[in-house]
Design a protein around this ligand. Structure first.
Ligand code: KIV
Length: 282
């Protein structure tokens, strides 16, 4: 009997690599297209944002708030991040996929940080990790990079330090911010997120470090911008657990769309309009 031909696999597109992502740094000699990065936490959303053509998809620890409903990013665990990163990693064909190292998975010594970041790269199809810190995390960044694990740093407002910072505040200490971004770059980070930093300070940092800066609440002069997907879609549940920051721009109002669709379904079932004959079987 003739054997079945092998199942045709859909060819995967080539993903953006870490060096390609880093090359999107504007310099005095070259101007480049701005980098766009957005969060995703599951397969369908990751497919959609990838199809939209962003350069970076971040499995952010913001999932603790926007998906799990916690009041901050501290509760999400490494296993939970990996669970979500696996779904995102399976979905994305084009963008670079970066995964947040949750608190305190990189604060327990460099050995443990490599073990934890190594799990992220081994168990998901994701390519890089992100951690919060600059000068204070230089040793860890260096150790991860030496182990072949690409690191994106996150400076400025560090949500995992919310208790120490006393809240989600704009970070204004220019010297400290510049030192952090420089230390991260010198330690081998391939990019740095700047969160809640005054526009002019972010511009100076962008001019002074040779890796791309990705801003969130840091003005228009960064090399790229990142936002939380649920904020962009207008899906941020407007309850006491999360005040939507001023740097957010909602490009859709899916909260209204979703509630409206579910109300319509409810009403049609109650009125006997759904299911109709076309939804049944002979
Ligand atoms: O967790 C996250 O979504 C982030 C972005 C806000 C940069 O760190």
């Amino acid at each position: 009997m003739a054997s079945e031909p092998p199942l045709k696999k859909t060819p995967r597109q080539k993903r953006i690599t870490v060096p390609e992502f880093s090359a999107s740094k504007k310099t005095s000699k070259k101007s480049v297209q701005k980098i766009t990065m957005i969060t995703a936490y599951d397969y369908p959303m990751a497919r959609l944002v990838d199809e939209a053509g962003v350069e970076g998809v971040l499995v952010g620890d913001s999932l603790s708030m926007v998906v799990q409903g916690h009041e901050n990013t501290l509760p999400v665990t490494l296993d939970e991040i990996i669970y979500h990163a696996e779904m995102v990693g399976r979905a994305v064909d084009h963008a670079l996929v970066i995964v947040d190292m949750p608190f305190p998975s990189y604060h327990l010594g460099t050995h443990k940080a490599i073990e934890n970041a190594g799990r992220i790269l081994k168990e998901t199809r994701c390519q890089a990790v992100k951690l919060e810190g600059g000068v204070d995390q230089a040793e860890t960044i260096e150790a991860l990079v030496s182990a072949g694990i690409p690191v994106m740093a996150h400076c400025g407002l560090r949500p995992q330090s919310v208790h120490q910072l006393g809240g989600y505040r704009v970070q204004r200490d220019e010297n400290a911010l510049l030192n952090d971004a420089r230390a991260a770059a010198e330690a081998g980070a391939f990019s740095v997120v700047l969160e809640c930093v005054p526009t002019e300070v972010a511009q100076r940092i962008t001019d002074h470090v040779d890796i791309p800066t990705i801003g969130i609440g840091a003005g228009p002069h960064c090399d790229g911008q990142v936002l939380v997907l649920h904020d962009v879609l207008g899906l941020t549940c407007d309850d006491a657990s999360r005040n939507v920051p001023r740097f957010v721009k909602a490009y859709a109002d899916l909260q209204t769309e979703i509630t409206g669709a579910v109300c319509k379904f409810r009403d049609e079932v109650r009125d006997g309009q759904f299911p109709g004959p076309e939804h049944g079987y002979e």
